[in-house]
Design a protein around this ligand. Structure first.
Ligand code: NAD
Ligand code: ZN
Ligand code: ZN
Length: 409
C-alpha cells in the first residue's frame, strides 16, 4: 500500500510499504478514507521529536471503513465507518477509568523508555515516534488500529468525512483547551495561535460562553478566518502582545489564555523574548517559549493558562515569577480524545460548529502528501489544514487558496 513515510528531518516521502496486519485481538484494520496533517506532525518533520526512525509511517488524524477485526473485538464489524482518536487507550486501566485517556497506562509499548523523560509513561499514539509506542500511522491507504474496540468512534449516518474527521484530534483539542479555561459566561479568553487548534479553541470558547475571544497570530489568512469565527484579532508582529491585549481590555487582561502554538512559536520583540533568545543561545533548550510567555504575561491575575500546544523538552526561560505572583493556574495535556467525541458530534449535528471551515487544501492522491507537508509547514498558499483522501474518494477536487477564495466570493 501507499503511505507517507518519515526518512529524517524534513524528508517525508510517499512510499510503498507492507499492508498492516491484525496483531492483537482488540485491533481493527481500516481502509483510510480520509486523513489530515496536524501541527504536531510538523514537530516530527522538524526533527524535534526523539525516537523517530527512518521508515516510520506518519499520521494520527484518520478515519475510514473497517475491513478486518481482531478476534476479541466484539464491538466493531466489517463495513463500520469510524473516526480514530490519535491517542490510544485501553479503556480499563486506572488512568482510563479517570477519563485521562491520553495517559493510558497500557497502550504505550515503550512506556518504560518514555518514563525516563517524563517520570511516568503516558498513552501510545498513532504515527508519533517510538516513545509513544512506535505504531504505524494513518496517512496511508490502510491502518492498524490498536484498542479499536474501545477507541474507534462509529460515525452516525449522513455526515461527510470532512465533517467528522477532526473528531480524531484537533476539534477535541480545541474544545478541551477551552474547557480547561473554566469559562464563566461573558468572560474574555485570549487564544495564541490561529492554526487549526487555535481556530477550534476560538469556536469552542464561544460555544462554552465566552463573551469575547482575542486571537493572536501573524498570518493574514488565519487571522481573517479567526475574525470570521467571531474573534478580535491582533498581530504579534505589531509590537508587545501584552500592551495590545491591555488596550483591548481596558487594562484588565483576559480571564484565561490558551497557548495553541507550542514549542515552535515565533518571537516578537518584547523584553521576555529577547531574554529567551539570550538564554537559548547559551543552553540547549529545544522548545521556544515565546507564545507561552506572552500568554502568561497577558493573563489577568488569578486566571488560567491552558496549554494545548505541544512541548517536548524544556521551554526556557518560562515566566515563572509572573505565573506564581499573579496566582495563575495551568492546565495542559495531550487531549483525552475519547472523552469528547460523542459530545462534539452533537455540536456538529446541531450545526453549532462546522469543522469544515478550516480546510484549505484537499487532495485525492497521497503522492501529493510530501509537498503538502511543506506547504503547511511554510504556511504558504493560505494553507490552514490539509485533508487527504488516500483512495481518491474526495468529495471535492484539490483546491488551493486562490481557488477557495474564488469559490467563497
Ligand atoms: P500550526 O503550526 O498550524 O499553528 C500554529 C500557529 O501559531 C501558526 O498559525 C503560527 O503563525 C502561530 N504562531 C507562531 N508563533 C506565535 C506567537 N508567538 N504568538 C501567536 N501565534 C503564533 O499548528 P496547529 O495544528 O494549530 O497546532 C498547534 C499546536 O497544538 C502544536 O504545538 C501542536 O503540536 C499542538 N497540538 C496539541 C494537541 C494535544 O493533544 N494537546 C493536539 C493537536 C495539536
Ligand atoms: Zn495532532
Ligand atoms: Zn488505559
Amino acid at each position: 500500500m501507499k503511505a507517507l513515510v518519515y526518512h529524517g528531518r524534513g524528508d517525508i516521502r510517499c512510499d510503498s510499504v507492507p499492508d498492516p496486519k491484525i496483531e492483537d485481538g482488540r485491533d481493527a484494520i481500516i481502509k483510510v478514507t480520509a486523513c489530515a496533517i496536524c501541527g504536531s506532525d510538523l514537530h516530527l518533520m522538524g526533527g524535534f521529536v526523539p525516537e523517530m526512525k527512518s521508515g516510520d509511517v506518519l499520521g494520527h488524524e484518520c478515519m475510514g471503513e473497517v475491513v478486518e477485526v481482531g478476534r476479541e473485538n466484539k464491538r466493531l464489524k466489517i463495513g463500520d465507518r469510524v473516526v480514530i482518536p490519535f491517542c490510544l487507550a485501553c479503556g480499563e486501566c486506572r488512568m482510563c477509568k479517570m477519563e485521562l485517556y491520553s495517559c493510558c497506562e497500557r497502550s504505550n509499548r515503550n512506556a518504560k523508555e518514555q518514563a525516563k523523560a517524563l517520570g511516568y509513561g503516558v498513552a501510545g499514539a498513532l504515527g508519533y515516534s517510538h516513545l509513544t509506542g512506535g505504531y504505524a500511522g494513518g496517512q496511508a491507504e490502510y491502518a492498524r488500529i490498536p484498542f479499536a474496540d474501545f477507541g474507534a468512534f462509529i460515525v452516525p449516518d449522513g455526515y461527510s468525512d470532512e465533517q467528522v474527521l477532526f473528531l480524531s484530534d484537533i476539534f477535541p483539542t480545541g474544545y478541551m483547551a477551552a474547557e480547561n479555561c473554566d469559562i464563566k459566561k461573558g468572560q474574555t479568553i485570549a487564544v495564541f495561535g490561529c492554526g487549526p487548534v487555535g481556530l477550534f479553541s476560538i469556536m469552542s470558547a464561544l460555544v462554552l460562553g465566552a463573551g469575547r475571544v482575542i486571537a493572536v497570530d501573524s498570518i493574514k489568512e488565519r487571522m481573517e478566518l479567526a475574525r470570521r469565527l467571531g474573534a478580535e484579532v491582533i498581530d504579534f508582529k505589531d509590537g508587545s502582545v501584552h500592551d495590545q491585549i491591555l488596550a483591548l481590555t481596558k487594562g484588565e487582561g483576559p480571564d484565561a489564555v490558551i497557548d495553541a502554538v507550542g514549542m515552535e512559536s515565533m518571537g516578537s520583540e518584547t523584553t521576555m523574548q529577547r531574554m529567551a533568545s539570550a538564554v537559548q543561545s547559551s543552553i540547549s533548550a529545544s522548545d521556544r517559549p515565546y507564545a507561552l510567555n506572552d500568554a502568561i504575561l497577558s493573563c489577568r491575575p488569578g486566571g488560567v493558562v491552558s496549554v494545548p500546544g505541544v512541548y517536548i523538552g524544556s521551554a526556557v526561560p518560562t515566566a515563572m515569577g509572573a505565573f506564581m505572583n499573579k496566582g495563575l493556574s495551568m492546565k495542559t495535556g495531550q487531549t483525552h480524545v475519547h472523552k469528547y467525541m460523542e459530545k462534539l458530534m452533537r455540536l456538529i449535528e446541531e450545526e453549532r460548529i462546522d469543522p469544515t471551515v478550516i480546510i484549505s487544501h484537499r487532495t485525492a492522491d497521497l503522492g501529493d502528501g510530501p509537498n503538502l507537508y511543506k506547504t503547511f509547514r511554510a504556511k504558504e498558499d493560505g494553507c490552514v489544514k490539509v485533508v487527504m483522501f488516500p483512495h481518491g474518494t474526495s468529495s471535492e477536487k484539490t483546491m488551493g487558496h486562490e481557488e477557495r477564495q474564488k469559490q467563497m466570493v
